[in-house]
Write a protein that binds this ligand. Structure first.
Ligand code: GAP
Length: 470
């Protein structure tokens, strides 16, 4: 394995960060990461489809999360609960009464806004860290012009809007058959707490993890896959004794921040934000968000919540079932819960936005190899049978171990550009010299460094490179 002496190493020009979200949306569409949903019909507001490359990132993310939560630990079990649940669940959880956003309409242009995102309200929130009450919002918004059409006095007073999607079970569309699409996966875990604890003979503390779709009828979805109405969550509820909240809260805070760094996010782009009193969700005693610095500002990526015994206590009351836990000393109590809740789609956006680098010559997605859709790509220098055959053989070998691409179209330079744009860590070129020296050139995505490597050593070379990635 030696560097090629006769090929000069290309000096890497400095790379810049993602300039704006639109640039990423365009790349995602162009390269098959994410497409607008139902695009041939003009799309559906805030709905997106993952393409052949996007689904690979999504799968990699879920696998990394599941591994960290369920496989690498001995104190967490996994489940997969139904999206549709008994309607009483949502009464007990407080979502029917309290899962509301303040809504404001413009009577002139019909634009719709979240009152807490409008100038005067957002300003107070920024200054005090607290979201004003609905009465305070009404006062603050009095006399404000419509941010969309500029009309005076056309904004309605803010009113609360429940964000749960509703449907009917069975053919009769009446109140009695009302069901809700879950707005968080967490409730599937709470209602299965006793099932899991008993079948797995678990003692506190232990956790339950789940990945699944959630639905919220958001007033203002947007920023690509950041806020959508249908999205996937990766949530874990950790059941503890009532006195242990602070200890486990801190443990989960550090563990989750470390996870985001382990999938390649830059430390300096991550920070903590503690929820102020009025920002707290109805089930929360304490909440810290992991925030990421997106091109549209610092925003929530994940929430760590102290849910106390709120959910289990309410489910016990509403279901009439005993949800107590009895410890070794025969103390009987309702467990408390520390929750970690991250959006899978939001995490994908973060990974892609963080990886995007460019200069006037190239766009390179510096994805952590764990997140890269392809780990390697094989190029025969030319479309000639004597090169195609050995290149195909190498490709077929590699793809048994990890996802590998094969590309014969265009100049080698063009093929490098294509792989850089989708974040492939290694490009492997088989040229005429390869037929003599039985070696190929391996080019590194980030440094553009090239090594000449014996064909029978390529697998080891790439594998060890992926494993020891810095
Ligand atoms: N069980 C707690 C819970 O659901 P949350 O802060 O409302 O807490 C957790 O949501 C995470 O789910 C958020 O940090 C975000 O990553 C993701 N999320 C929430 N609403 C979302 C939406 N409309 N679109 C995409 N992701 C969303």
């Amino acid at each position: 394995m030696s560097e090629i002496a006769d090929k000069p190493q290309i000096a890497t020009k400095p790379l810049k960060d993602l300039p704006d979200l639109q640039t990423l949306v365009a790349l995602c569409k162009r390269r098959g990461f994410v497409f607008p949903s139902s695009e041939i019909y003009g799309g559906l507001n805030s709905c997106w489809d993952y393409g052949p490359l996007g689904i690979e990132v999504k799968k990699a993310l879920k696998e990394a999360w599941w591994k960290a939560m369920v496989y690498d630990r001995e104190d967490i079990e996994g489940i997969d609960a139904a999206i549709l649940m008994h309607p009483r669940v949502w009464k007990a959880s407080g979502h029917i009464d309290s899962f509301n956003d303040p809504l404001v309409d413009c009577k002139q242009c019909k634009a719709r806004f979240r009152a807490d995102h409008l100038g005067p309200v957002a300003k107070i929130e920024k200054e005090t860290g607290n979201i004003p009450t609905i009465e305070e919002m009404t006062e603050l918004l009095k006399g404000m012009n419509c941010p969309n059409c500029g009309s005076k006095g056309t904004l309605t007073e803010p009113r609360l809007f429940n964000m749960m999607f509703k449907s009917h079970m069975s053919a009769i569309e009446d109140e009695a058959n009302l069901v809700y699409f879950r707005p968080e996966t967490a409730q599937g875990i709470f209602v299965n707490f006793i099932n899991v604890q008993q079948t797995c003979r678990r003692k506190l503390p232990f956790g339950i993890a789940q990945i699944g779709k959630s639905f919220r009828n958001e007033i203002t979805p947007g920023n690509f896959i950041f806020r959508t109405r249908e999205f996937e969550q990766m949530e874990m509820q950790f059941f503890i004794k009532p006195s242990e909240n602070d200890t486990f809260f801190e443990e989960w805070k550090s563990s989750r921040m470390a996870w985001h760094e382990s999938i390649g996010l830059r430390k300096e782009k991550l920070r903590w934000h503690q929820h102020g009193e009025s920002e707290l969700a109805h089930y929360c005693a304490k909440a810290f968000d992991v925030q990421y610095q997106f091109p549209f500002g610092w925003k929530e990526l994940e929430g760590i919540h102290d849910r106390t015994d709120f959910d289990l206590k309410n489910h016990q009351e509403f279901s009439g079932k005993n949800l107590h836990y009895v410890d070794e000393e025969k103390n009987k109590f309702i467990p408390h819960v520390i929750e970690t809740a991250v959006g899978c789609d939001r995490s994908i956006l973060t990974v892609l936005a963080d990886a995007y680098r460019f200069n006037d010559e190239r766009v390179v997605m510096q994805l952590h190899p764990k997140m890269a859709p392809y780990k390697a790509a094989v190029f025969p220098l030319m479309k000639k049978p004597e090169l195609l055959e050995p290149a195909q053989n190498l490709y077929q070998d590699l793809r048994k171990k990890f996802r590998t691409d094969f590309d014969v179209a265009g100049s080698i330079g063009k093929r490098y550009r294509r792989q850089e744009e989708i974040g492939t860590p290694y490009c492997i070129t088989l040229d005429y010299e390869s037929l003599e020296d039985k070696a190929v050139t391996i080019r590194h995505r980030d440094t553009m460094k090239q090594d000449r490597v014996a064909v029978n050593k390529v697998m080891d070379y790439v594998e060890s490179g992926l494993e020891n990635w810095e």
